[in-house]
Design a binder for this molecule. Structure first.
Ligand code: ADP
Ligand code: UDP
Length: 238
């Protein structure tokens, strides 16, 4: 039995603890919600439990579909045992439909369905506001090697294919999402962090209703209800 040890880090949405096994960590999901690089703060009651459980089910599903992840075992409604990684400091964003910062940056409406998905990287650095960069910048800054970027890119598109089909079966459109990857001790790249309504845009296929953190970001109301509904849709299938 792995024992929970001292807290290593407290982030905006999760706390991370050491364990008695140096290769494993425990992540503890909070109800705290932030947006706009921490400028907007709030609480979404029950979010920690929903994100923990949803992320775990999706990571298990991705493992079965050829994407290695950090997931080891769900310990409690909010806590999960994961493989410790050294996080590659890149936020990897895949988009199927225009929304959010893409729509703003390029001056287009939300909801344009792309012929093929896009990938973009931001430098995971809160002080700098996670600036957008291309893979040459990532190489120049020594954030990852070319081989790591190639692996991360291939996994990210694979995650998109697997999850797009999965969410479709739940009556949900996968608009865009953010992934983080990390290196195990031996350098193997695995999917880390979380996949949840905090990190994905999920729209009801029939009504276009937003079932994700945009309800909090944009003060749309029904935030808790959207998290409960998206979990219900997932649990019908996984
Ligand atoms: P943030 O740091 O952006 O506020 P969180 O509150 O989600 O985010 O904190 C969780 C932190 O743990 C993130 O910095 C994330 O990169 C990191 N992390 C996620 N999975 C792992 C893992 N398997 N090993 C080590 N660190 C991880
Ligand atoms: N995203 C995230 N963390 C971030 C930035 C973005 O999880 O720090 C997710 C976000 O939920 C959305 C996708 O990545 O699903 C694309 O976000 P976008 O670049 O449009 O940024 P935003 O609109 O959040 O500023």
């Amino acid at each position: 039995m792995v024992e929970k040890k001292e807290q290593l880090y407290e982030g905006k949405a999760k706390k991370v603890y050491k364990t008695s096994d140096p290769a494993l960590l425990i992540v503890d999901y909070k109800d705290d919600a932030t947006a706009f690089n921490g400028l907007k703060k709030g609480t979404i009651s029950g979010k920690g439990v929903i994100n923990n459980q949803m992320s775990n089910r999706l990571m298990e599903f991705l493992e079965k579909n050829g994407v290695p992840t950090h997931f080891v075992q769900e310990l409690s409604p909010r806590e999960t045992l994961v493989k410790k990684v050294s996080i590659v400091p890149l936020e990897v964003i895949i988009r199927n439909i225009s929304a959010g910062s893409f729509a703003k940056r390029y001056g287009v409406e939300e909801g344009i369905v792309f012929q093929q998905p896009t990938i973009e990287f931001s430098y995971k650095n809160d002080e700098l506001g996670d600036p957008l960069l291309n893979h040459y910048h990532a190489l120049a800054l020594g954030l990852a090697t070319q081989a790591e970027i190639d692996t991360i890119t291939a996994y990210a598109f694979r995650v998109n294919e697997v999850l797009k089909a999965f969410w479709k079966s739940c009556g949900v459109t996968l608009v865009d999402f953010k992934l983080e990857f990390g290196r195990l001790e031996d350098g193997t790249i695995v999917l880390a962090d979380e996949i949840s309504p905090d990190t994905c845009r999920l729209w009801d296929m029939e009504t276009g209703e937003k079932l994700d953190k945009d309800r909090f970001r944009r003060d749309l109301g029904g935030v808790e209800e959207a998290y409960v509904e998206i979990r219900r849709r997932l649990e019908e299938k996984l």
